[in-house]
Design a protein around this ligand. Sequence first.
Ligand SMILES: Nc1ncnc2c1ncn2[C@@H]1O[C@H](COP(=O)(O)OP(=O)(O)OP(=O)(O)O)[C@@H](O)[C@H]1O
Length: 456
Amino acid sequence: MEEKGKILIIDDNEDVLFALNLLLEPYMEQIRVTTQPTRIEHFMTTFHPDVILLDMNFQRDAISGQEGFDYLKQILRIDPQAVVVFMTAYADTGKAVQAIKAGATDFISKPWEKEKLLATLSAAVKLSRSRQEVGRLQNEVQALKGDDRIPELIGNSPAMQKVKETIYKLSDTDANLLILGENGTGKDLAARMLRFFSPRREQVFIPIDLGSIPEQLFESELFGYEKGAFTDARKAKPGRMETASGGTLFLDEIGNLSLPMQAKLLTAIEKQCITRLGAVNPIHIDVRLICATNANLHQLVAEGKFRQDLLYRINTVELHIPPLRERGEDILLLATHFLNQYNRKYRKEIKGLTREAKNKLLKYEWPGNVRELQHTVERAVILSENGLLKPDDFLFPQGNAAAHQPALTEELNLEKLEKNAIERALKVSTGNMSKAAELLGITRFALYRKLEKWGL
Ligand SMILES: Nc1ncnc2c1ncn2[C@@H]1O[C@H](COP(=O)(O)OP(=O)(O)OP(=O)(O)O)[C@@H](O)[C@H]1O
């Protein structure tokens, strides 16, 4: 057989299983046999056969093949792409046609002719492999095409306006960008937005979460490999950097990269070429690089945990996305955006938020940033009735400051709100007056006047 595959044989006759096992052993990569069709799901999910050879009649003297058809249905329910070859001692054209119509790939009769059996199984293995390849390619195409919607960072706070301005300014260039910010602040969205407005918009966007690639797979994932480079390398495969060539490569969680991997990445970026594992010749690549991390890379450099030369390569421009708690005015804008989104998704007609609910959102610290806000609004939309969302519709983890809501009268006292806002702005900007004024959306001069007024 040209291509060896994994085969599962299901037959109630142990002698048949024994004979088939013996006959097929030299021609198959792995064989599993069972007399119990009830174990089909177990084998399909743990063994992942390329081909299933299924007997048609399971009861003594049965000739209708009905049980076989039932099991075929079950197999195709579990995996519609499964390749099933039917086997019966009562072969006739009518049943063969019926079996193929029901979704089987082929049909062989017992007793089998060895050559015919091998040829049928060989074709079945090939079909299975090409179906797997098509599935993989379809997934890849979908991932490469990405989302058709325009990625848009919602937010009017001065900090967010600055982020968007930087993205627009950068869009004509090929400059490498480093996006810094806590988890859930919108780094991934910012990267997609930059790509969307860049000349590489029509080209691929390949995101890689470096935090989720095990160290030992890093090189093969990033640089690809040639056939035979290691035991499982049955076929050559391009790495993500090669696939991203011509387009944009988004390296997320770059702070998680070990020092040896940093050295390899640096060489690839500097030389603009990669060498697949097991290959001799390097391949030129042309990628626009966007990196992101929630770590303080400058501090990691100071601690000797991140290479300074790599940092300089990736941070031609640095974009800092502040945590949501530092851009309070975006909270309600984002909440409304997500409310509209989830109204559409869950076919609801929730009109908005009560004033008390808005206050509750504004007072919360949002440790999970925009992602947490998004999930909080989604949960509220799912659980509440149409009308307005109330404070009780928004649930926060216990122990957060927001759980202890002050009296409503205090919340709505404008003077107190102003004083609180100034105190908070000073706290988050660690006393930097320009930054505090920017956060508050007022001039430095106006801030000094208010500090005097409140004796701060
Ligand atoms: N300004 C924004 N406007 C609209 N949606 C946003 C905004 N910021 C973040 N989101 C949404 O919040 C979620 C989290 O954002 P994203 O994945 O971009 O954050 P991240 O900083 O990359 O997170 P992580 O560090 O955990 O990877 C996403 O669903 C994203 O669409």
